[in-house]
Design a protein around this ligand. Structure first.
Ligand SMILES: Nc1ncnc2c1ncn2[C@@H]1O[C@H](COP(=O)(O)OP(=O)(O)O)[C@@H](O)[C@H]1O
Ligand SMILES: [Mg+2]
Length: 334
């Protein structure tokens, strides 16, 4: 039995909605954006879990909650079975070294005034993990590992002097410098040119083997999951609607939302035709989600009960769970 490295239990983040001047006078009650609403999942040591959903579904907020970069409204995060809430300040500092994040936009996450070497060594400096000389040695070695070579030359450069692909490598190197075992990659290739996307994914998999890493791979694009994920969790308006092994979800999607996401994945077969209607309309606002199943206004199989009752995750196969009253209660569609 493999170890659960990170577990999320009933995690919630409700952002209070900023009120305008008149609203403040007229509307008494506070309103909330339910960015993450009762999310639970585990990530096994050594696996890559994909967290997939349209923009605004709560993926980044989930990642930030796991790392403790945001306080949760409810629920808890466990690291190696122990709730992070019980951590002392010192334990928390150590945990910050063990868990790292790679952000989507390498330009925005690198200071233009910090040299590449300084940026990569920054986490070592803030955590007081190495003196200047050792820090430089560690940085140069990591730079070579992520393909920033020749490292001594690039070490002195600034972000604007590098290509987009190189900047993403800098961000990856910086995430690995504290020797973490868990890395959240938040849309790491979304901003990259098509030509470097595959290279970055390949690099991530190589580093995973070398550093014995576990990833939470956040993406809005189900197609990229195919190359890197072991399991995938589909997120919609702050909730997980389907979670299961990659192969199982790709070959036997159960939630109608997953079906439509899968239809958008390109297949190299000209005879292939979209088989499920695209969801109607846009993703509704997380501040005013529809009642019942929050996907029902866009769902092509919705029934009356879907408007009133909220589905929970149900087992539909080996390690495969779905939150859909119409499909889930069948147990299996075969
Ligand atoms: N700091 C914040 N304050 C208020 N609302 C926020 C904040 N961060 C995110 N949100 C809202 O929470 C929802 C989920 O956002 P996010 O987690 O960034 O989604 P994703 O990463 O899937 O695009 C969105 O509706 C977004 O507008
Ligand atoms: Mg995001």
């Amino acid at each position: 039995m493999r170890e659960e490295l990170v577990t999320v239990r009933n995690l919630k983040k409700h952002f209070p909605l900023e009120k305008g001047f008149f609203d403040r006078l007229l509307v008494r009650e506070h309103r909330f954006v339910k960015a993450v609403d009762n999310v639970s999942f585990s990530i096994m040591k050594g696996e890559v879990l994909g967290l997939v959903g349209e923009s605004g579904s709560g993926k980044t907020t989930t990642g930030r909650l796991i790392l403790g970069l945001l306080p949760a409204t409810g629920g808890e995060v466990l690291y190696r079975g122990r709730s992070v809430i019980s951590y002392s300040k010192k334990d928390m500092e150590e945990l910050r070294e063990r868990m790292q994040i790679i952000f989507q936009d390498p330009y925005a996450s690198l200071s233009p005034r910090m040299s590449i070497g300084k940026a990569i060594g920054h986490p070592l400096a803030i955590h007081h993990l190495a003196d200047a000389k050792t820090s430089k040695e560690i940085c140069l070695s990591i730079m070579e590992k992520v393909g920033l070579s020749p490292a001594p030359f690039l070490y002195r450069k600034y972000p604007h002097q590098l290509s987009g692909g190189q900047r993403q490598r800098v961000v990856i190197a910086r995430a690995l410098v504290t020797n973490p075992d868990f890395v959240i990659a938040d849309e790491p290739i979304a901003m990259a040119d098509v030509s470097v996307r595959a290279m970055i994914l390949e690099l991530m998999m190589k580093l995973k083997r070398e550093f014995d890493l576990t990833y939470l791979f956040i993406t809005h694009d189900l197609a990229t999951c195919k190359y890197i994920c072991d399991r995938i969790a589909i997120m919609y308006l702050g909730k997980i609607v389907e979670i299961g092994p990659l192969k199982e979800v790709f070959s036997r999607p159960v939630h109608p939302y997953t079906e439509t996401l899968l239809d958008a994945v390109p297949v190299p077969d000209p005879r292939f035709r979209r088989t499920h209607p695209m969801p109607k309309g846009e993703i509704p606002s997380a501040f005013n989600p529809p009642p019942g199943c929050n996907f029902h206004p866009r769902c092509y199989i919705a029934e009356t009960r879907c408007r009133n009752l909220e589905p929970g995750l149900e087992k539909v196969g080996e390690d495969h769970y779905v939150s859909c009253m119409v499909r889930g209660s069948w147990g299996s569609r075969d």
